[in-house]
Every structure is written in C-alpha cells, then in structure tokens.
Design a protein around this ligand. Sequence first.
Ligand code: DGY
Length: 324
Amino acid sequence: MKKYQVVVAGKMRPCALAKISSECHVRQWDKIEPIPRNLLYEWLADAEGLVSTGDVRVDDELLAHAPRLRVIAQASVGYDNVDIAACTRRGIPFGNTPGVLVEATADLTFGLLLCAARRIHEGWNQVASGRWLNNHDVPFGIDLYGKTLGIVGMGRIGAAVARRAKACGMKVIYHNRSRRTDDEHLGATYVAFDDLLAQADCIVVLVPLSPASQGMFGRAEFAKMKRTAYFINAARGGLVDTQALYDALKEGQIAYAALDVTDPEPLPGDHPLLTLPNVLITPHIGSATHETRDRMAMLTADNLLAGLARRPLPACVNQEANYR
Ligand code: DGY
C-alpha cells in the first residue's frame, strides 16, 4: 500500500524514483525548466515529502504552503537554496548527500586544474578545427610538478584533491575555518587566508556558499594573488564576484580561471567571461558520473523515506529537527 504523498520537484535517477514510487504516491516535475512556483505550492498542499532541487528556493513562504511536510531531501551536498533555520523551526529535517560524491568531485576539480594548466581543451580545439599545422605553434601550459596548490575549504573533497595534488608532486597549503587534525597525514600545511592567496600558484575553491562566504573572492582577493595564479572554483558561483574575476582575467591580474560553477548559472552564451582566452568553464558537472549520481539519488531516497517514517535521516543537515 502506498502510504505517503511526495513531490519530486525535478528530474531524478530512475533507480531512486522507483524506490520512492514503491512506497509513495509521487508527483514529479520532470521538465528541464524549473517547476513554476504556483504549481509547486499547489502540489505541496497535501505533500508529506519533498525532493527539492538546487533551483527550488526552499524558504518560509514555500514551507507555509506545505502544512503536512515531514521531510525534505535533495541530491546535493550543497544546500544554499534552502533556509535550514526555517525548516528546523517547523521540525522538518533536511537531508543532503555528503560523502558519496567526494571522489567524483575531486576528480573533476583536479581535472579542471590539469586541463587548464596543460591547455588540453585548447589543444583539442586546435586539432578539431584543422589548425594543427606543426608541433611548435601549439598551446603551451605550465608544470604542476613543484607548484604550490592552495585549497580554500579543506573538507572531504578538499582532502581528496590534496591527495591527487600530492601524487602530481605539488606542495599543498590550505585554509579552512579550523585546522585539520590530520593535515600532516595529508601532507598539507595550514595557512592564513591572505598567505594562501599570496603563496599559491593554483587556488582551488571548495567552500560551501552561505551569507558569510558570498562574494569572498572579489577585487581585493584577486589583487593579492600572483599574476601567474590559476583560479579553480568547483563549489558555488556565488563565492566569486563575477565582474571582479572578469576584470582580473582581462587585466592579467591573474593568469587563468577554470570554473565548474558560475554566477549566474547556467551562464548565458553571450556572457562576457566567454570572450576571454584565459578561461575554461564546465557546466556544473562535479558530481556528474553515472555511479555517483545514482549513489546521490539513492541516499536522497533513503533520506526521504526515513523522514516520512519519522526515523532519523541517514544524512541530515539539521539534526535537531530530525528528533522532534
Ligand atoms: C552538490 O552536491 O552540491 C553539487 O554541487 C551539485 O549541486
């Protein structure tokens, strides 16, 4: 017997949708564009569970339209679209998907660095467009071996990036809210934020987006970096002042940016960043492998079903709501 009413506000991997559907009546929005707000409110009127997506703002107004809601689950580690305090006030646990995407996201982050440093995509573009004329006029990059990588935000993904960097012979420094107890084991040295900006040849950003971290990379920060610096953002576009990044790249304040996330997102095809030769952008694919997205979706289903049954969520952001 199907017990619960659930709204799935976006696309979902078939394995997880099947699992949820076996226990719940599911209303799903499976189009590319975000679900219209008024339709979502209509569906939420009798919903006990919500599978949200990054483009759905979960705030007080939405929750007021969902009087029966017991749980919200989302297939991402980041939850900057969600007002967690508002969920907690209503006793609604919010489940995310930490852990299961660590290695895939670290691969993509380090892949962006490698691709930018060695101009792999520029080389491919040259060959694909028939402009490979000799072996001298080819894109030249930089060695990673012997360079200093600065990781801002040394959580699980940061540590996995550090492992990859060490394997390539890089020196690793990092900045975090607090020093990691295992940093010697990681071979990474804790430094102050400004020291990292000044010392790193390549900077990788892996900080969660919050009101405190919004715009943490602006004009002042780019001015403190080496003019040869490579800047990699694989966390959230909102951490960076996009105009300041554009100016820094255009004026040669830094050498290069490789971004998996942007602000705005998706980046419009006529965005000024796309006119620059020293930028590489991928469409937020940090966790986009079949295996990882399946794991994220299954953890989302597990979070949802646990919350519906009023059991503790396997991965809960607001534990205090979990036990109300
Ligand atoms: C995450 O899990 O937060 C990824 O960035 C996908 O949104």
